[in-house]
Design a protein around this ligand. Structure first.
Ligand SMILES: NC(=O)c1ccc[n+]([C@@H]2O[C@H](COP(=O)([O-])OP(=O)(O)OC[C@H]3O[C@@H](n4cnc5c(N)ncnc54)[C@H](OP(=O)(O)O)[C@@H]3O)[C@@H](O)[C@H]2O)c1
Length: 430
């Protein structure tokens, strides 16, 4: 067998620990598939003395992770520290510049700086691999970039954040509201102490930006992704969704249109019978539509030590085998320059829920505002009676342009009989 590949592992947290464990437990199998042993020989983290539940005895220690790039004994760098800038970016840039292949799980880094990093990877002829960055253990990068390489992909969508999917699932199953379920998820370790990246949709947007770049063969454009998180979803809306035959999911959706690429992350109502509606808890799923293959759906665990290590180790095996694919599937000269399309022109049916004063004439004012902006109503639902008090009213529109819908809502929100900010959720066909 050829000489072992020596890995410098930067980051010894959830993912780093998983990589060490997998390379240890499955060493024979990995060696057989890689054609050589893959061995972690050097590590870096912030705190050398932290008890991590595994031994780093005998491994070279780096206080400064970036110095790994210059160490001649290291063949490949694995960056699992996190952060779109700082040491993670510095290390990846230094390694690529030095001609050392890089494996990273860092979606923030790839989404925000992926265009520049891909250019650097191409310039130096050095692999930048990031299977673990999107949907953890689901081999979605490989599937889109290699397995579906002969297809024109028109549409890619997914449940890309396990924390949000877990929270929405528990809210639905237990009829509880967001703040309470979030607090429980934090206690159980399913949500971070600072949950903003997850619940505000940013993490899903990082992953969607990467999927869109791969699917449509263009440089990553995170800043063009429309983002809305799940904080405003209430148990009340989840209940109405059920009554209407929908489930609420945080989806990332990217579509190639004649005008360009539209990419958005927001809560969606999806038909209860659609396969994606059935993906619950911490699971992730990705659906892609290719012109020859049709629809493909992948489902699995999107986070955690095991699934993420599975993806990192697969990348290391590809590197050991010299299986090289350009970062976005094609060289920079062949990438598309399709523009990004803004959300204003988006067209869909909307779920609109209002809390209104239970008094004659109120609905007429609301429907007049919809009419003024050309929004056509599909159905209206009112539950409960509280003369003079507040009652929920649900309106489902026909297909409407986003800009018209937003203008109508602005007017509706100003009505004195509308007591709370309107809740608006886009309905996504199956
Ligand atoms: N967790 C998942 O399920 C998952 C899934 C997919 C992708 N990812 C991505 O994988 C990356 C790592 O995530 P994680 O969950 O493993 O994070 P984590 O558990 O917080 O671990 C981060 C590790 O990086 C080290 N580190 C942080 N800053 C450093 C610095 N400046 N210099 C050297 N080491 C530093 C930390 O050192 P100390 O231990 O000494 O503090 C820690 O060992 C992130 O980009 C994340 O988005 C994670």
């Amino acid at each position: 067998m050829t000489r072992a590949i020596s890995v410098g592992l930067a980051g010894l947290g959830t993912v780093g620990g998983g990589v060490i464990e997998m390379l240890h437990k499955n060493a024979d199998l990995v060696a057989a598939r890689a054609g050589r042993n893959i061995v972690v020989t050097a590590v870096s983290a912030r705190n050398r003395r932290r008890d991590r539940g595994f031994s780093i005895d005998g491994l070279q220690w780096f206080d400064d992770a970036v110095a790994m790039a210059a160490d001649p004994s290291i063949d490949v760098v694995v960056e699992v520290m996190g952060g779109s800038d700082g040491p993670a970016r510095a290390l990846v840039e230094a390694a690529l510049t030095a001609g050392k292949p890089v494996v990273t799980a860092n979606k923030a880094l790839v989404a925000v700086h992926g265009a520049d990093l891909a250019a650097l990877s191409e310039k130096t002829g050095t692999t930048l691999a990031f299977e673990a960055a999107v949907a953890g253990g689901i081999p979605v990068i490989k599937s889109l970039r290699e397995g579906l390489a002969g297809n024109r992909i028109s549409h890619v969508a997914g449940i890309l954040n396990g924390t949000c999917n877990y929270i929405l699932t528990v809210m639905r199953e237990q009829g509880r509201d967001f703040p309470e379920v979030l607090a429980d998820a934090q206690k159980l370790g399913y949500a971070e102490a600072d949950p903003a990246f997850d619940v505000d949709g940013i993490d899903a947007a990082h992953k969607l930006a990467i999927l869109a770049a791969l699917s449509f063969g263009r440089p990553v454009a995170f800043e063009a992704v429309y983002i809305e998180g799940i904080r405003k979803i209430s148990a009340l809306d989840i209940g109405f969704a059920r009554e209407l035959g929908y489930r609420i999911k945080l989806l990332g959706i990217a579509r190639q249109t004649d005008a360009g690429v539209a990419a958005r992350v927001h809560p969606c109502m999806v038909p209860e019978s659609s396969p994606i509606a059935r993906v619950d808890g911490v699971f992730n799923a990705v659906v892609a539509e290719g012109d020859f293959v049709g629809r493909v759906m992948l489902e699995g665990r999107g986070a955690g030590a095991g699934p993420t290590a599975s993806a990192v180790v697969a990348d290391l095996i590809d590197i050991a085998r010299d299986r090289v694919t350009p970062v976005w599937g094609a060289g920079s000269g062949s990438l598309s320059n399709a523009p990004s399309v803004s959300m204003d022109g988006h067209v869909c049916a909307y779920y609109l829920r209002l809390m209104v004063v239970d008094r004659p004439g109120v609905i007429a004012d609301v429907t007049a505002a919809l009419r003024d902006f050309g929004v056509s109503m599909g159905s209206l639902l009112q539950r409960g009676r509280a003369p003079g008090g507040a009652v929920p009213v649900v309106i489902v529109t026909h297909e409407t342009q986003e800009s018209a819908m937003l203008s109508a809502i602005q007017k509706i929100a100003q009505l004195s009989t509308v007591l709370e900010p309107p809740a608006l959720i886009r309905i996504e066909p199956a």
